[in-house]
Design a protein around this ligand. Structure first.
Ligand code: SF4
Length: 444
C-alpha cells in the first residue's frame, strides 16, 4: 500500500515557503485548472472594537495570499475564500465583513479577482454523514471541485488539537455546530468532528504554523512563533503530523482515533511518508487545557482559586458546551474574579453545557437553555436560578449573579466592554517583535 505524503517545511520567506510545502506534498497534483476552488481559513473570532492578538488564533493573511498566488500560477481562476465565524450576536454580518476587509481579502479580490463569502449569508444543504447523523453544510463549498483547508496549528481546550478536520466545523450551520457538542458519549464532539470531512470534495490541507497556540482556540491562549508549515492531500495524515508537532500522539486525540478507525488506518504515522524537515527536531509541547482546582470551599480555574475565592463552585466545562456558551465562560469568570471582596459566597454553584448535575443543597445557577432543561426540576438544588437563552444573554447572566449574591460589575456585561475585552490581551505581546501584525495584512 502506498504511503500518504506529508510535507513539513520551515516557514522562511513569503510565497517560497508555501510553494515548497505545496510542491513537496504534491498538493495540486490532481487539480485541474478549471476547478472551482474554495479556501477555508480559520477566523475563529473577531471584534471590530479593538486590535486583539491573532497569532496562532487566525490563519495568517500571508499564507492565504501565498496560496492564492500559487493557485493562480496553477491556472485556477475561480477562487473563493469562505468562513463562517461565530459572532457574539447571532446573525451579525458587520463583524465578519470587518474581519475580511481588515485581513486584506478585499485587496486580494481587487488584485487577483478572487471572491470571499460569509457562509451565513449563503444557503446550506443537509448531508447525511451516516444513518441518523446529518449536518448542514455550506452549499457552495459542498459543490465545489476542490478545497484548500488552511487551519492554524493550535492546541484546543476541548478537542486537544484543532487542525485540518476541526477547521471544517466553520462550514456547517449553527444548529449543526450545536449538534456536534452532543451529550451522547458514543456520538460526542470528538465523534462528530472526526466525520466532518467525509462527504466533501477533495481537500488539500496546509496547516499554518507560522504562529501556534496553547490552550486555544481563542485570544486567551498562549501564542508562540513556530515557523512551521504542514501540507498534505490527505487531511487525516496532515492532522496526525500536526498533532505530533504539538507534542501529542495521534492516539491521544479522540477525534483522530475515530477518523483513523473509520479509514482502517494506524495512528502511529507508519503509513505516512514525511518529506522536508525531520519532525522530531520540531516537536514543541503545547498545553491544551485550562487547569481547575477543586476543594471543599470552591471549584474554580486555578488563577481564581489562588486568589482565595471561596463559596462558589464553577466546574470545568465539558465537551457538550458549544462555542456560544464557551464565549461567555470567560466573561462570567472575570465577573466573579472582580466581584470578590474577601467574604465567601453562599454556596453558589454554576452549571454549564448539557450534562452537568448539581451537587446537593446549593444555590445553583443554570447557565443556558440546555442546563435549564436538564436540571430546573432537580430536587437536589436548594435554590434554582435559571439563565435561559441559547446562548444566554449577558444582562440575564448579570441578573442571575446578582440574585445569587455575587455583586458583579454591570459595566463588564455591556456590549462595548465585551467587544473591547480581547484588546487587553495585546499587552502580553507588546515589545516582542516576533509577534508581527503585518502577517495579517495584505497591501493594496
Ligand atoms: S445553551 Fe449553550 S450549550 Fe446549550 S445549545 Fe445553546 S450554546 Fe449550546
Amino acid at each position: 500500500m502506498s504511503k500518504s505524503l506529508v510535507a513539513v517545511v520551515r516557514y522562511e520567506s513569503p510565497l517560497e515557503s508555501v510553494r515548497k510545502a505545496v510542491e513537496l506534498s504534491d498538493g495540486f497534483g490532481n487539480l485541474s485548472s478549471n476547478a472551482r476552488v474554495f479556501i477555508k481559513p480559520n477566523i475563529v473570532f473577531w471584534t471590530k472594537a479593538a486590535q486583539f492578538p491573532k497569532w496562532g488564533v487566525i490563519t495568517t493573511s500571508r499564507v492565504v495570499e501565498d496560496m492564492v498566488v500559487l493557485l493562480k500560477e496553477h491556472g485556477i481562476n475561480d477562487i473563493t475564500i469562505c468562513e463562517g465565524m461565530v459572532t457574539m450576536i447571532p446573525g451579525d454580518k458587520d463583524t465578519p465583513a470587518h474581519a475580511f476587509k481588515s485581513l486584506g481579502y478585499e485587496n486580494l479580490k481587487n488584485r487577483y479577482g478572487i471572491k470571499y463569502i460569509n457562509i451565513f449569508e449563503r444557503p446550506f444543504e443537509k448531508v447525511e454523514i451516516e444513518e441518523g447523523l446529518t449536518l448542514n453544510y455550506n452549499k457552495d463549498i459542498l459543490h465545489s471541485d476542490f478545497i484548500v483547508d488552511l487551519p492554524v496549528m493550535k492546541a484546543h481546550n476541548q478537542t486537544i488539537v484543532s487542525l485540518g478536520i476541526k477547521n471544517l466545523k466553520g462550514i456547517i450551520d449553527i444548529s449543526s455546530r450545536k449538534k456536534c457538542h452532543n451529550p451522547d458519549p458514543d456520538k460526542d464532539l470528538h465523534y462528530h468532528v472526526s466525520r466532518l470531512s467525509d462527504k466533501l470534495p477533495p481537500i488539500f490541507t496546509l496547516i499554518d504554523g507560522i504562529y501556534s497556540l496553547e490552550r486555544g482556540p481563542g485570544f486567551d491562549g498562549k501564542m508562540k512563533r513556530s515557523n512551521i508549515l504542514v501540507a498534505s492531500s490527505d487531511i487525516l495524515s496532515a492532522d496526525m503530523v500536526g498533532t505530533r508537532l504539538l507534542g501529542y500522539e495521534p492516539s491521544d486525540i479522540p477525534y483522530l482515533v475515530h477518523a483513523a478507525k473509520k479509514r482502517n488506518r494506524p495512528t502511529d504515522l507508519s503509513d505516512i511518508e514525511i518529506k522536508g524537515e525531520e519532525i522530531d527536531n520540531l516537536v514543541s509541547y503545547h498545553e491544551y487545557d485550562f487547569k481547575y482546582e477543586e476543594n471543599e470551599n470552591c471549584t474554580l480555574p486555578v488563577p481564581l482559586a489562588k486568589q482565595g475565592i471561596a463559596g462558589i463552585f464553577y466546574r470545568k466545562y465539558d465537551s457538550t458546551m458549544c462555542t456560544y456558551c464557551s464565549a461567555i465562560n470567560g466573561l462570567v469568570l472575570s465577573a466573579i474574579r472582580f466581584a470578590w471582596k474577601g467574604t465567601p459566597w453562599d454556596d453558589v454553584e454554576i452549571l454549564t453545557g448539557k450534562i452537568m448535575k448539581p451537587v446537593k443543597g446549593k444555590k445553583t445557577i443554570l447557565l443556558g437553555k440546555c442546563m435549564c432543561k436538564a436540571n430546573r426540576n432537580n430536587p437536589d438544588i436548594n435554590e434554582v436560578i435559571e439563565v435561559k437563552g441559547c446562548p444566554p444573554k449577558p444582562k440575564d447572566i448579570l441578573n442571575a449573579l446578582h440574585k445569587a449574591g455575587i455583586d458583579a460589575d454591570p459595566n463588564l456585561f455591556k456590549k462595548e466592554t465585551i467587544e473591547q475585552l480581547p484588546g487587553f490581551f495585546m499587552a502580553r505581546y507588546k515589545g516582542r517583535p516576533e509577534f508581527d501584525e503585518s502577517f495579517f495584512q495584505i497591501s493594496e
